[in-house]
Write a protein that binds this ligand. Structure first.
Ligand code: GDP
Length: 432
């Protein structure tokens, strides 16, 4: 989602303008000179497009001079935003502080929209035209308070936004794509055969969808799923068909083609390097993950003890994976598979509203700020969710974060919002 930053001196009416843009009387605090206001993002919508508005109202109360403070603020906006709205008070005109900020803004390649706020009537509108002198192009005369000119401004914002990503047409809601993977002999075919009775010919595919002939449409838990690349599992043309290299390529291809991967492990054997490689493929491809501990019927108390230790050690980096203790042979817990797949996919597609995300983040960094490093502590300014499948978050910060602190944020993010069964990507964009 594109980010629009609102920049300007204290008291030019930035918060009123933000309220106007988001179309709500939200608790955006008014400018009070000398008071730091945090940079708070809000979701906005106009003509069917959504974007994030960041009110960059905050400035450091201890800043030596206001020109430096606003330059720093503009800098943040420039780094983090796709479009910058520069607000000037039309009744006051351009001040030297405004001009300093404009210099900074013009050095960036970001589109800047100049707003002449407090243009409450035509007389002031005449005055506002003098703001052409700032060299930012046509000033948009707006009265944030009364709404005058705000429609034109919103149109201008949409024009300046980067091209809307093509709406990935929600696949003709065909079956969800699942990869059934694991090293040889873990029981993939056995598990697939559990669903055989309900298997349908691939040619029955939901009208309009193409199903690769190597895929199978299978009914699991009352729903049809597309198991990708099951050809090899069906016709067992001699167990040792193909080298391990080709088997691994095939596994990677299946994971790539799937939305959720079911990785089978043999519970009565140690978790092997090959198992690890397959799990890594899933995580790196950013797919939802369900780990099936198959052959659970062979697990006794003794094995269970060692398995628990192995899990602690070997699966430490993916505590979020959904785990099932299952037996393809006896049918134990086979009915748990569909709910697990659905849960993992729901997490994979979760979108956290920007306001909710930042409320949580603000509380988190207040309770546990980043440790001080070389006399300073990097600050997280705000966060947005950049995408789904899997959920991707961007943290805008004043400086790079320690790896440990970033892991802490991810752990807390998961505690708050779940994401069970899905990887989550967090990237950090430090202000330069
Ligand atoms: P694949 O290579 O992953 O497709 O594994 P197969 O499905 O061919 O299974 C390998 C062997 O493990 C076969 O002898 C199966 O009968 C056996 N097997 C599969 N699942 C289970 C299970 O849940 N319990 C037990 N005891 N044996 C199983």
């Amino acid at each position: 989602q594109p980010v629009v930053a609102v920049v300007g001196r204290p008291n030019v009416g930035k918060s009123t303008l933000v309220n106007r843009i988001i179309g709500r009387r939200q608790a955006v605090v008014e400018d009070v000179p000398g008071v730091t206001r945090d940079r708070v993002p809000y979701d906005a919508q106009w003509n069917g497009r959504t974007f994030t508005v960041v009110d960059t109202g905050g400035w450091e109360p201890d800043a030596k001079d206001r020109a430096a403070a606003i330059a720093a603020q503009a800098e943040t906006a420039v780094v983090t935003a796709d479009v910058v709205i520069f607000v000037v008070d039309a009744m006051v005109g351009a001040t030297d502080v405004d001009e300093a900020a404009v210099k900074m803004l013009r050095r960036s390649a970001k589109p800047v929209i100049l707003v002449a706020n407090k243009t409450d009537n035509t007389a002031i509108e005449m005055e506002a035209t003098s703001l052409w002198s700032l060299g930012l192009g046509e000033p948009y005369p707006v009265s944030a308070l009364h709404g005058r000119g705000s429609g034109e401004l919103l149109d201008a914002i949409l024009d300046a936004l980067p091209d809307a990503p093509k709406i990935v047409e929600n696949r003709p809601r065909g079956p969800r794509r699942v990869a059934l993977v694991g090293r040889p002999n873990v029981g993939k075919s056995s598990l697939l055969n559990r669903f055989s009775g309900e298997e349908r010919a691939v040619v029955d595919a939901v009208a309009g969808t193409t199903v690769d002939p190597v895929d199978s449409l299978v009914e699991i838990g009352g729903e049809t799923w597309q198991l990708v690349d099951t050809a090899g599992l069906r016709k067992r043309v001699g167990k040792a068909s193909g080298t391990e290299y080709y088997a691994s390529l095939r596994t990677a291809g299946a994971i790539e083609a799937a939305e959720v991967a079911v990785v089978l492990l043999d519970s009565h054997e140690p978790i092997s390097e090959q198992d690890q490689r397959i799990l890594t493929m899933v995580v790196e491809a950013g797919r939802a993950l369900v780990i099936v501990f198959n052959k659970w019927d062979l697990v006794d108390a003794d094995r269970r003890y060692y398995l628990d230790k192995e899990i602690d050690r070997e699966l430490r980096r993916i505590p979020w994976a959904i785990r099932l203790n299952l037996s393809a042979q006896t049918g134990r817990a086979v009915d748990k598979l569909a709910p697990a797949l659905r849960r993992a996919l729901a997490s994979w597609e979760t979108r956290v509203p920007t306001a909710q995300l930042n409320q949580w983040l603000t509380a988190l960094v207040q309770a546990t700020p980043h440790p001080v490093r070389g006399g300073r502590a990097p600050k997280i300014l705000f966060a947005t969710q950049a995408g789904v499948s899997p959920p991707r978050f961007v943290l805008f910060t004043t400086a790079p974060l320690d790896a440990g602190y970033q892991r802490f944020v991810e752990r807390k993010l998961r505690e708050e919002f779940g994401f069970e069964g899905s990887p989550v990507e967090i990237s950090v964009r430090p202000r330069k």
